[in-house]
Design a protein around this ligand. Structure first.
Ligand code: NAG
Ligand code: NAG
Ligand code: NAG
Ligand code: NAG
Length: 398
C-alpha cells in the first residue's frame, strides 16, 4: 500500500450571508392584490354581502369572505401579528393603518370584455387594483394631515417601502377562457399576455416604492367541483387522486410562465425581494392526503346543494328559494365545516386555509426557500463574503 500523506486542502468558498442570521422583517403593513382566494370583503362592498352561512365558523356572520371563516391572507396577517386587512372598497368600519386589501372575488389579471352580470367576473381587474393602490398611497398622506384620528386610520409614508405586497390572482383568467368555450390550447395561448400584464403591475408597485413581494401561484383548478361538475371530463382525463388533468395542466402551464416572470422581475427590479410560493403543490397534496390528515372526502363540498359533490353551480352556497312565501336556505353548510377541505366547491374551508398557511409560512414551498418573516431579505445578495475552510484527511493515520 502506498501511504497517503497527510492531505490538506485549503478551500475558499464564497457563501451568501445566511438569511437566518438576519433579523425578522417586521412588516408594518400588508397590501394584497387578488381574487376570492384573498377577498376580505371587496366584492361584498360593491355587490352585496356574501350570503350566510359564509363566515359562520369564525366571524359568526357573513364577513365578506367566500369561506366559513378565515381565508389564507387572514392567517398570513395573523402570523405576522397584524390585524385582518380592510377591503379598500369597503366604506364602513375600515382601518387601513396596517394595510389594505384590493382583492375582489372574481377578479382577473386581464380586464374581461363582459360584465359581472353576464359572466360573474369582477370588474376590478389587477390593473384597477393597482390604480386603487396608487390613489391610496397619495391620498392617504393628504388625509393624514387632517389630524390624529386620520393618522390612526392610514399608514405613514414610510410604511409603503417596508410593507409586504402579496399577490394571489390568475385562476379566474384561466376559467374565463373556458367559459368562452375556448380549448385548452386557446387558453394556453393567451397565458403569456396574462403574465405580461401581471408583470406590469408588479413593476408599477415597485416604481411606487414596494420592495417585498410574496407571489402565490395558482391552485389546481381541475380539483374543484366548480370545474369537475360543469365540464365533460372523460375517465382518462381523471388523475390518480380524482382531479381533471387537462385543467390542472393549464394551471401548471400558467405557473411555469409565472415562475419565469418572477425570475425576470428579479433581474429587472434590483432592490426587490420577490418570493414565489407554490400554492399549487400545497393544495394538491392536501387533496391527495385528505384522509390521512383527518379530512372527509376531499371533493365533497361543505356548503352546497345536491349532486355528486354536494355542488350545484346554479345553487351555490347560501342560495335560497321561496317556499310557501317563505325564503328558505337550500344550500346550507355541513355539520362540521372543519372536516371538509372545500367550503363551497370553489373555495377552501377555514380548516384547509389554516393548514395551507402552516405549510407555506416557513418557506417550505417558496422560491427562495425563506420563511414569510424573512421575505424582505433578498437572496441573491450582492454582499458575498469569503469563508476559509481547511479540510484535512483524517484517514491517512491508519
Ligand atoms: C377583449 O377584447 C379585445 C379586443 O377584441 C381583445 O384584444 C382582448 O384580448 C379581449 N380580452 C379578453 C380578456 O378576452
Ligand atoms: C386602527 O387600528 C390600529 C391598529 O389596530 C389602532 O391602533 C388605531 O387606533 C385604529 N384607528 C382607529 C381610528 O380606530
Ligand atoms: C412619500 O415618500 C416618497 C418616497 O420616499 C416621497 O417621494 C414622497 O414625496 C413622500 N410623500 C409625502 C406626502 O410625504
Ligand atoms: C359555450 O357553449 C355552450 C354550450 O354549447 C353555450 O350554451 C354557450 O352559449 C357558449 N358560450 C359562449 C360564450 O359562446
Amino acid at each position: 500500500m502506498v501511504p497517503i500523506g497527510r492531505l490538506l486542502i485549503s478551500v475558499t468558498l464564497l457563501l451568501p450571508i445566511s438569511i437566518f442570521s438576519l433579523p425578522e422583517c417586521d412588516f408594518p403593513a400588508i397590501f394584497n392584490f387578488g381574487d376570492s382566494n384573498s377577498d376580505t370583503g371587496g366584492l361584498s362592498a360593491m355587490f352585496g354581502q356574501a350570503p350566510p352561512p359564509n363566515g359562520e365558523t369564525f366571524f359568526h356572520s357573513p364577513a365578506g369572505r367566500y369561506c366559513d371563516g378565515r381565508v389564507l391572507i387572514d392567517f398570513i396577517a395573523e402570523g405576522l401579528g397584524l390585524p385582518y386587512l380592510s377591503p379598500f372598497l369597503d366604506s364602513m368600519g375600515t382601518n387601513f393603518s396596517h394595510g389594505a386589501n384590493y382583492a375582489t372575488a372574481g377578479s382577473t389579471i386581464r380586464r374581461q370584455n363582459t360584465t359581472i352580470f353576464q359572466s360573474g367576473y369582477s370588474p376590478i381587474a389587477l390593473d384597477i387594483q393597482y390604480a386603487e393602490f396608487s390613489d391610496f398611497l397619495k391620498r392617504s398622506q393628504i388625509i393624514r394631515q387632517r389630524g390624529d384620528f386620520f393618522k390612526n386610520l392610514f399608514p405613514e409614508n414610510g410604511t409603503f417601502s417596508r410593507a409586504l405586497y402579496t399577490f394571489d390572482i390568475g385562476q379566474n383568467d384561466l376559467t374565463a377562457g373556458y367559459k368562452l368555450n375556448m380549448s385548452t390550447e386557446q387558453v394556453e395561448a393567451f397565458v403569456p399576455d396574462v403574465i405580461s400584464q401581471f408583470m406590469t403591475t408588479v413593476k408599477n408597485v415597485y416604481a411606487r416604492g414596494g420592495r417585498t413581494f410574496w407571489i402565490h401561484n395558482t391552485g389546481p383548478v381541475g380539483c374543484l367541483p366548480y370545474i369537475l361538475d360543469t365540464h365533460l371530463i372523460t375517465a382518462a382525463q381523471v388523475d390518480k387522486i380524482g382531479c381533471a388533468t387537462p385543467f390542472n395542466d393549464v394551471s401548471q402551464y400558467f405557473n411555469k410562465k409565472l415562475k419565469e416572470a418572477v425570475i425576470e422581475l428579479r433581474q429587472e427590479l434590483h432592490l426587490a425581494a420577490i418570493t414565489y410560493v407554490d400554492i399549487y403543490s400545497v393544495k394538491y397534496s392536501l387533496i391527495g392526503k385528505a384522509k390521512k390528515l383527518g379530512f372527509d372526502d376531499p371533493f365533497l363540498v361543505c356548503c352546497g346543494h345536491g349532486g355528486k359533490y354536494n355542488f350545484n353551480n346554479a345553487k351555490r352556497c347560501g342560495s335560497t328559494e321561496i317556499v310557501d312565501g317563505k325564503e328558505i336556505l337550500i344550500a346550507d353548510s355541513c355539520e362540521d365545516p372543519s372536516s371538509r377541505i372545500l367550503w363551497d366547491g370553489i373555495h377552501f374551508s377555514e380548516a384547509a386555509n389554516r393548514w395551507i398557511h402552516g405549510q407555506i409560512a416557513n418557506g417550505a414551498f417558496s422560491d427562495p426557500p425563506v420563511p414569510l418573516k424573512m421575505a424582505c431579505h433578498k437572496r441573491e445578495m450582492k454582499a458575498m463574503y469569503p469563508v476559509h475552510f481547511t479540510l484535512s484527511d483524517e484517514h491517512d493515520k491508519d
